[in-house]
Each structure stands twice: as C-alpha cells, then as structure tokens.
Design a protein around this ligand. Structure first.
Ligand SMILES: Nc1ncnc2c1ncn2[C@@H]1O[C@H](COP(=O)(O)OS(=O)(=O)O)[C@@H](OP(=O)(O)O)[C@H]1O
Length: 301
C-alpha cells in the first residue's frame, strides 16, 4: 500500500494527474505477460523438437553441475565436449543414431582397461573419460578376468557397450589390480592392451576401502553370518580401522587385511610389470583428479 501511495504521489508530482492506477498492478501484469511469453516459447520448442529437447536440457544441466569441473581449464572446445558427451551417452543407448549408423554398431572387446586401484577414484575417472566422443565405457564392472573368466570372450564382449568403428571400448574393474591371476590372463587376451592405474595416498585409500567394507557388511542383512565372523571387538560393530588394521599385541600393521593389502601398490604393480611393458601402464594421480581433473585427463589423451 505504501508503495502504491508513494507511486501515485510520484505520478502527481510529475504532473500526469491521469494515472490513478497502482503501478504495482501494472508490474504484475507485465510479469505475467513475460511468463506467458516464456511458457509459450518453451512449449513451442518442445513441440518442435519433441521429448529430446527436454532430455538434452536435462543432460546439459547435469553436466554443468556434476562434471563441469572436469573441463575447467581444459584447452579444448568445452561446448563441443558437452555435445559430444551427450552423443556418446546416446550412442551407448543406441537411441540417437540414424539407421546407417545403427548398422555400424557392434560390441567390441576393450582395448583399454582401468585395472584399479579400488577406492582411488576409478569411478570418477571413467565418467570423465566417457565424455570423450571416441570412447565408450562399460556401465558396470564386468569382473571378467577375476570372477567370470570361465564364461569366455563372448560373454565378456556381451558386457561391453555398443560402439561405432572409430570408437575405443573401455572397461574398469578395480579388483583386477590386486588379483594374482589377472595379469597373465589379460596378457593372454591382448598383450598390447593399454592399462590405466589410478592411485592415491595408500592410507586414505585403505581407510576408504575399510569404510566401504564396513558399510557393506553392516548394512546387508543376509551377510549377518559373515558380519558375526568378522566381529572381533566387544563393541558389537565391525570395529574401528585401527582395530582392524593393527595387531593388538604387537601394534604392527596387518598386511593381510584387505584394505591394507590393496594399498601395497608396488607389490601388485610388480606382478603386472612381469607381463606388461611400463609404457603400457598409465598411472594417474587420484588426488589430483579431484582438484585438477583436466591435468589427469590430458595424460589419458
Ligand atoms: N572427481 C574425483 N576425483 C578423484 N576421486 C574422486 C572423485 N570423485 C569422487 N572421488 C573419490 O573416489 C573414491 C571412490 O573411488 P572409486 O570410484 O575408485 O571406488 S570403487 O573402487 O569404484 O568403489 C571416493 O573416496 P572416499 O570419499 O575417500 O571414499 C570418492 O570420494
């Protein structure tokens, strides 16, 4: 009201004398007109391009919010990357291709594998790599060389996303890094394959691994028996990291405890190096991937 009154006085002071209407109402009208025009434009856009427009808008928002940091500072055409990332994503679904391209689609065995390390940022790494239009990545960890080797290569291929002839297929299974039988199997599969290993501070990695194990064991009801088996401490929980990782009597680190064992990078890497040349294994920095992802991505390219 005070606003209306002051505005009317303002009109009168200008000498208009005509304006008896409250300008606040006019603003409302203007605002509603603007909203109507905006709604009309959006509806027109959607009706012209169909549901794809909504999908695209959503993807761009998701990209900007979640993955945008990855492209910060990269000296390439960021807009193009957004578009190609969407195209790549669509390609994996096979819902964006023309019929001629669909004919070219096929599932290929990977020529690059992210072998680990577990809890070192492998998930983020694969998502960043997947933004590249020439790369397709498996959506889940196939665990072929460690758990499903007996299933054979056709099974492995079936776990891969469809790709076009120029695209590189990649998968990640962090457990490969620590499984003793995997390096030889991978070598038999493809001796010139490219491997990516991402590592982080081994203590941080071990703690992250411990937290994952603890959550898994404590949250899954059917694991109750295993949980009981693992339960050594009197507090009735999985126990603290120190309780799990340090010998109670000697205070020494228990190297056989999985989260510790998986952080003994050199031990596992040595096994890989008996089968592969150093130049075939790209080692990335998980800490840096978090703060300057573009630097690690440039190493991949
Ligand atoms: N962008 C980016 N760069 C580097 N690291 C990141 C990134 N985003 C997430 N994280 C951290 O990665 C940890 C999970 O690692 P993984 O994805 O390898 O886990 S898993 O092995 O697939 O379960 C996990 O570590 P903790 O938080 O210490 O558990 C995540 O925080």
């Amino acid at each position: 009201m005070a606003f209306c009154h002051r505005s009317q006085m303002f009109d009168q002071s200008l000498g208009s004398g005509q304006s008896k209407r409250c300008p606040k109402l006019s603003r409302y009208k203007l605002l509603s007109l603007a909203l109507t025009i905006l709604a009309f434009c959006v509806l027109t856009l959607v009706s012209v391009s169909g549901p794809q427009t909504i999908k695209t808008i959503t993807r761009i928002s998701v990209f900007v919010n979640i993955e945008g940091a990855a492209l910060k500072g990269v000296n390439t055409n960021a807009d193009k990357r957004v578009t190609t990332s969407q195209a790549n994503h669509d390609l994996q679904h096979g819902d964006q291709l023309g019929s001629s391209q669909e004919d070219d689609l096929q599932k290929n065995l990977p020529s690059v594998i992210v072998i680990g390390a577990r809890k070192a940022g492998t998930g983020a790494l694969l998502r960043f790599i997947n933004l590249h239009p020439w790369v397709v990545t498996s959506r889940s960890e196939p665990h072929y060389f460690d758990r499903s080797y007996w299933q054979g290569l056709d099974w492995y291929r079936s776990r891969m996303p469809p790709s076009l002839p120029h695209q590189v297929t990649m998968e990640k299974t962090p457990n490969y890094f620590v499984d003793r039988s995997v390096p030889e199997r991978v070598h038999n599969f493809n001796s010139s394959i490219k491997l990516i290993l991402i590592v982080r501070n081994p203590i941080d990695r071990a703690v992250s691994d411990y937290v994952q194990l603890k959550v898994d064991l404590e949250s899954v009801v059917c694991m109750y028996v295993i949980y009981k088996f693992y339960k050594h401490n009197t507090s009735g929980t999985y126990g603290s990291f120190e309780e799990r990782a340090l010998d109670k009597c000697t205070g020494r680190i228990i190297k056989s405890y999985d989260p510790i064992k998986r952080s003994l990078y050199s031990r596992h890497l040595d096994r890989w190096l008996t089968y592969f040349n150093k130049s075939q294994i790209l080692i990335l920095n998980g800490e840096n991937l978090k703060v300057k992802p573009w630097e690690e991505m440039l190493k991949v390219s």
